[in-house]
Design a protein around this ligand. Structure first.
Ligand SMILES: CC(C)(COP(=O)(O)OP(=O)(O)OC[C@H]1O[C@@H](n2cnc3c(N)ncnc32)[C@H](O)[C@@H]1OP(=O)(O)O)[C@@H](O)C(=O)NCCC(=O)NCCS
Length: 115
């Protein structure tokens, strides 16, 4: 996570060792750091990914980032000469807090009983 000097905005990036893919570890780590920073006043997080990187896009969508745009042919692969689109994602503190509130167990769903 690259936190801007104003500590209100940040850019997110991640890499997980291939042997650990497919278990939810990256999603759990991203959720933990987002929660930590939003509780401390962060306003917005931005993230970008190559449009062909479906694992990364799925991670961002699972962690409730919004797709904000697509830059056509933004990145050149110098080995193949192929241009790839870049997806732009963003997440605001207000959106994060809303989904967090929605996922908190209520007395009914948590099994707690009122006496
Ligand atoms: C991007 C990257 C971190 C995503 O890895 P990942 O393994 O898909 O992400 P997670 O660790 O969150 O695992 C999520 C997957 O585990 C599955 N999973 C299995 N058991 C799970 C569990 N108990 N809990 C949660 N998810 C679980 C999920 O269904 C999901 O798979 P799906 O996307 O096929 O539905 C990884 O592909 C990577 O390091 N890539 C190389 C670097 C890179 O591209 N970085 C991003 C640049 S923009």
């Amino acid at each position: 996570m690259n936190l801007h000097d104003n500590r209100l905005q940040a850019d997110l990036g991640y890499t997980l060792a291939p042997a650990l893919h497919g278990h939810g570890y990256a999603t759990e780590a991203v959720r933990a750091i987002l929660g930590h920073l939003f509780r401390r006043g962060l306003h917005r997080v931005s993230a970008e990914c190559d449009a062909r990187n479906t694992r990364s896009a799925r991670l961002l969508e699972r962690t409730v980032f919004n797709l904000e745009g697509r830059r056509p042919e933004f990145t050149l692969n110098i080995n193949t000469g192929e241009w790839a689109d870049t997806l732009l994602y963003g997440l605001l503190a207000s959106h994060w807090q809303k989904q967090e509130a929605g996922s908190q167990p209520t007395a009914e769903t948590s099994g707690l009983q009122h006496w």
